[in-house]
Write a protein that binds this ligand. Structure first.
Ligand code: SAM
Ligand code: SF4
Length: 384
């Protein structure tokens, strides 16, 4: 079985910290970008040793806010790729951009560096919601950034956060319909979640705002599926919607349990070696990471062999998020025993009878739309 290979590059800095966000993102008055560029190159060289000679299909600059990087830093990283890997002719190179950090020259610089796809954190098309979400950009700036992205990039996506406090079903339908008119083939639509350690988490606990109840959240999700579907966008993953040919190939590598390397603070990787699937985890704190890479040539905290059970559960967890489901071949290759046991399990029958899973096809096991809505409970039951 040939596996795709992707490279994730983490840029951990943002202009300000959004109150809902628990990503590895930090605000710093200044950074030494030359030292960061050098360190990312050093870590890339290190990770490449594990995957020498393979073909690279995707690169993803995530964050944080990678659109704060100098285009010249992005170019230096992309220029190094061919020293390590063969590159697919249609190499997908995505960069996450925050609308407050973009102008024409910068976008053009990213394009000239080799970026082929932009993913923008728009979050909302309404100024009051943007203020609540602690965003530093206005709806007008978001629209201008989208327009610019559309003129320069054939493929672009944007993120919206819905199921916000006091958001009615009709207001979301209206906002999403507008978003679909502006979209370039791909949208990531996330329900607002309260993550431990964020300021929203504390404020929510204190009762400063309430979130839509379960029924409204389900109705908002159903409206999302309906409107995106009518506009020709397949819900190819729980929160991701794309027209044919526009799915994010890099994220598909994660969901299909294929191989990827991660460089930069807090990045993860999974690479299939002859002895099994390796999990790699890079140290999270930006300054510690920088010092370690300069001292030791990499910032890896952990490089462990996953057990067949761990790989199997992960493949199931990731794959059932997809409309196409989880590949039976992938499940079988991670754990032949686990695969046989799953197919014979009475729990599988129960979930099919309850309308949460579909009977396996020749190639895949799929969740129904209702099953995808209840994925956490479903998986907990299936693998407990
Ligand atoms: C790394 S950010 C994207 C790029 C850039 N940092 C930005 O915010 O514009 C990843 C995305 O995850 C989503 N996200 C983060 N925390 C979330 C939360 N608690 N609930 C819902 N969506 C969230 C946001 O839509 C955000 O754009
Ligand atoms: S949502 Fe984006 S801009 Fe806001 S803190 Fe998180 S990574 Fe930074």
């Amino acid at each position: 079985m040939t596996r795709d290979l992707g490279l994730y590059i983490h840029w951990p800095f943002c202009i300000s910290k959004c109150p809902y966000c628990d990503f590895n993102s930090h605000v710093r008055a200044s950074i030494d970008e030359d030292a960061w560029e050098k360190a990312l190159l050093i870590e890339m060289d290190h990770m490449a040793k594990l995957t020498k000679g393979r073909t690279l299909s995707t690169v993803f600059f995530g964050g944080g806010t990678p659109s704060l990087m100098r285009p010249k830093t992005v170019a230096a990283l992309l220029d190094r790729l061919s020293a390590h890997w063969q590159l697919t002719p249609d190499l997908e190179i995505t960069l996450e951009a925050n609308p407050g950090t973009v102008d024409k020259e910068r976008f053009q610089g990213f394009k000239d560096a080799g970026v082929t796809r932009l993913s923008m954190g728009i979050q909302s098309l309404h100024n009051d919601a943007l203020a609540f979400l602690g965003r530093k950009h206005s709806a007008e700036e978001a629209l201008a950034a989208l327009k610019l992205a559309g003129t320069l990039f054939e493929r672009f996506s944007f993120d919206l956060i819905y199921a916000r406090p006091e958001q009615s079903l009709s207001a979301w339908r209206e906002e999403l319909s507008r978003a679909l008119e502006l979209a370039g083939g791909h949208l990531s639509l996330y329900q607002l979640t309260m993550e431990k350690g964020t300021s929203f988490y504390t404020r929510h606990q204190r009762g400063e705002f309430t979130l839509p109840d379960e029924d409204l959240a389900a109705a908002l999700y159903e409206a999302t599926e309906e409107l995106t579907g009518k506009a020709g966008y397949a819900s190819y993953e729980v929160s991701n919607y794309a027209r044919p040919g526009h799915a994010c190939r890099h994220n598909l590598i994660y969901w299909r349990s294929q191989d990827f390397m991660g460089i930069g603070p807090g990045a993860h990787g999974r690479v299939t070696a002859p002895e099994g699937r390796l999990e790699m985890r890079v140290t999270k704190a930006p300054e510690t990471w920088l010092a370690r890479v300069h001292a030791h040539g990499h910032g890896l905290d952990e490089k462990v062999l996953l057990s067949p059970d761990q790989s199997f559960e992960e493949a199931l967890l990731m794959g059932l998020r997809l409309l196409e489901g989880v590949s039976l071949e992938t499940l079988k290759s991670t754990s032949p025993e686990g695969f046989e046991a799953l197919l014979k399990s009475p729990k599988l029958e129960t979930l099919i009878a309850e309308g949460l899973l579909l009977p396996p096809t020749q190639t895949h096991l799929m969740a129904t739309p209702e099953g995808r809505l209840k994925l956490n409970g479903l998986l907990a039951y299936l693998i407990e």
